[in-house]
Design a protein around this ligand. Sequence first.
Ligand SMILES: [Zn+2]
Length: 376
Amino acid sequence: MEVPVLELAQALLKCPSVTPADEGALTYLADVLAGLGFEIWHLPFGPEGAQTPNLFARRGRTGPHLCFAGHTDVVPPGEGWRHPPFAAMIEENVLYGRGASDMKGAIAAFTSAVSTILQTRELHGSISFLITGDEEGTAQHGTRDVLGWMKAEGHIPDFCLVGEPSNPEKMGEIIKIGRRGSLNATVTIRGVQGHVAYPLRADNPIHRLIALVNGLRSRTLDDGNAWFQPSSLQITNIDVGNEATNIIPGQASLRLNIRFNNHHLGADLAQWIKETTREYAPDATVDVAISGEAFLTEPNHYVESLARSIEAVTGQRPQMDTSGGTSDARFIAPYCPTAEFGLVGATMHKVDEAVHLGDLDALRDIYRTFIMDLGL
Ligand SMILES: [Zn+2]
C-alpha cells in the first residue's frame, strides 16, 4: 500500500495539535504505520492527567537500524491567516497549515518514502519512528523519555534522522549536524536603598552589576572551530525597578544567555558565572538553567549518504551546519549519531505556514533515496 505524501500531510494538518493537545494526530499516524506492518508502541509519559503522548513504531528487528524522529505538535496559529490554519488548503501548488513545514510535512514524506519501498520488497534491516506530541512546549516528557524507554528495550538506532525544517530558502541547502548549547542565567544583586544625596548611607547594587557585566563580557569564550561559530554571551535584560531620580535602588538583576559550542559544557559555564559573580558581587544570588548541551555528529557514512541523496534529487550539494536554535536532536545525540534534514523553514511558526507541493515530493524522494543508499 502506497501512502501518498500529500494525503497524509493533509490528514495530519487537519488535527489541531497545538502543544500539548494531540487531537488525534499521533493515533492517525500510528494507524497508517500499523497498516505498513510497523509494530506500534503508544508511550505516554509524565504526571497522571497531564501526560505527553508519544509514539514509537518499528519495522524489522535486525540492524542496521535507521530511526526517523519528529513531532506532531505545533505552535499556536496566532491571528491573521489568509488560509484557515487547520484546513490543509491548497492554492497554486502550495499547501497551507500550521505544521506544514514544522514538521508534519516531513513526517508524511518519510512515511510515504518507506511505503513506496515496501511496495516492492522487504527492508534489509530496521526502520523506526520516534514521534512526540511535545517538542514545541517544555519537551519534558517527549523525546527524552522515549529515548530512555528505547534504551531499556534495546531500540537505540545506528543513526537518527530528525525531520526538522533545516533549509532556509530552498530544498537541499543545509543538513544540520549539530547544534549549539544554550544556557540562561539570572543574577540578583542586593544593596541598600537610600537617598541619592547620601550615598554613604546606601549601597548601590548597580555599580557592582556593571562591574560584573564587564567581567563576564571581557572573556573570549573561544574562537569557534571548523563546525561551530564562536560561543557568545549576551546580556538579555537589566532590571533595577527604579522609577525615581533621587533613589539608589536596593536591588539590581541581570539576565544573560550563552549560546555555546562543543568547547564547553553547560555545567562548566554555570560554574564560571557563579565564580565571576562571587568576585564582583559576593552576596548575589545566581540561578542558571541549561536548556541543552552543544553536540556534533562528525560527518560519518550516514551523513555522507544523506548528502549524496539530497544532491541526487535536488542537484545541490548541501552544506553541513550547526547554527540556529535547539531542537530535540539535543536529546538524541547522547545516544547515537544524529542529523537533521527536512523541509524549507521560511514560514515555520509564522502565519500562513506553508510548503510547496514540489518540496514535499522532493523530500519524499530524498528520504527514499537515503534509505535505499544505506542498503536498507
Ligand atoms: Zn519542529
